[in-house]
Design a protein around this ligand. Structure first.
Ligand SMILES: [Cu+2]
Length: 112
């Protein structure tokens, strides 16, 4: 039984399936024109390769979250209060995240 379990784990490691298994989901709120994670304003945050961030708008106006960073370029478009958009971070490095509507909004995600 132990050997069989070990074999399955080794096969998962070799096939890269672990990325799927260990990927975590984070929720970053847009609140008062800032990025908020776990109830606190966040300007820098470290995640792991494969993790997903859900950007959720809690402001009564639109946000348009985007990044022009080399390792992850995206543009989530304008979305209103109560909606969220997910981004998966597949490469390691630093990603600068901004809002196209509010130039003061900024956070940096380091993917490790
Ligand atoms: Cu905004």
């Amino acid at each position: 039984m132990y050997r069989k379990t070990l074999l399955i784990v080794v096969v998962m490691l070799l096939s890269g399936a672990t990325l799927q298994v260990i990927a975590r989901d984070f929720v970053v709120l847009q609140k008062d024109k800032t990025f908020v994670l776990d109830g606190r304003k966040v300007e820098k945050y470290a995640i792991k390769q494969g993790d997903i961030i859900h950007f959720e708008n809690q402001d009564p106006w639109f946000h348009n979250i985007f990044s022009l960073s080399d390792i992850k370029t995206f543009d989530l478009g304008s979305f209103p209060k109560g909606e969220s958009r997910a981004v998966t971070f597949n490469k390691t490095g630093k990603v600068e995240i901004e809002c196209a509507i509010h130039p003061g909004m900024f956070m940096e995600v380091e993917v490790k």
